[in-house]
Write a protein that binds this ligand. Structure first.
Ligand code: S3P
Length: 173
């Protein structure tokens, strides 16, 4: 049986907040992939993008995913672009149930409004358009990768956690 959970989904869908709560409820270790990447690289995500480009970041993401994907009893909050490289999902799938959090473009625009310094892909003049375009491109990747999908647009993080736990039970039986 799979003992870990990988949370995937676009930026601003709540992976980190929900991941921490879920890990607490399930008594599992919480891991955030972006934090692991920053530690390995010795620099922040925006610095990695600036110095090594998105391609450099994706290479680090693949390496870090390979390391965490083998761990048991963890809740892993992945970066929004994890689905772009199939090898990441293939590796995660071995130990993890993959839960995708979704939200409407409007909600994502609102939730990410103060964070453009931390999210290089959103540091563009027309953030709303960038979000809509990235979402449109990535949607099929998220759908293809997920075992469970939860729309977080209108519900609290606690309710998202409850729904994930219900779905995990359904999945088990
Ligand atoms: C990215 C999402 C970010 C981070 C990086 C790239 C993406 O993580 O990995 O900025 O491609 O969507 P969050 O989804 O946690 O913001």
């Amino acid at each position: 049986m799979k003992t870990s959970i990988a949370l995937i989904g676009f930026m601003g869908t709540g992976k980190t907040v929900v991941g921490k709560l879920l890990a607490g409820k399930l008594g599992k270790e919480f891991l955030e992939l972006d934090a692991i990447i920053e530690k390995k690289a010795g620099k922040s995500i925006p610095e990695i993008f600036r110095q090594d480009g998105e391609i450099g970041f994706r290479e680090l993401e693949i390496e870090a995913t390979g390391e965490v994907a083998i761990k048991k009893n963890t809740v892993i909050a992945c970066g929004g672009g994890i689905v772009l490289n199939k090898i990441n999902i293939d590796r995660l799938r071995k130990e993890c149930v993959i839960v995708c959090l979704t939200a409407s473009p409007q909600v994502i625009i609102k939730r990410t409004s103060g964070d453009t310094d931390e999210r290089p892909l959103l540091a563009v003049p027309d953030r709303a358009r960038q979000i809509e375009e990235l979402l449109k491109f990535r949607e099929p990747f998220y759908e293809r990768s997920a075992d469970i999908m939860i729309n977080t647009s209108r519900i609290s993080a606690d309710s998202v956690v409850e729904r994930i736990m219900e779905k995990l039970k359904e999945n088990e039986s």
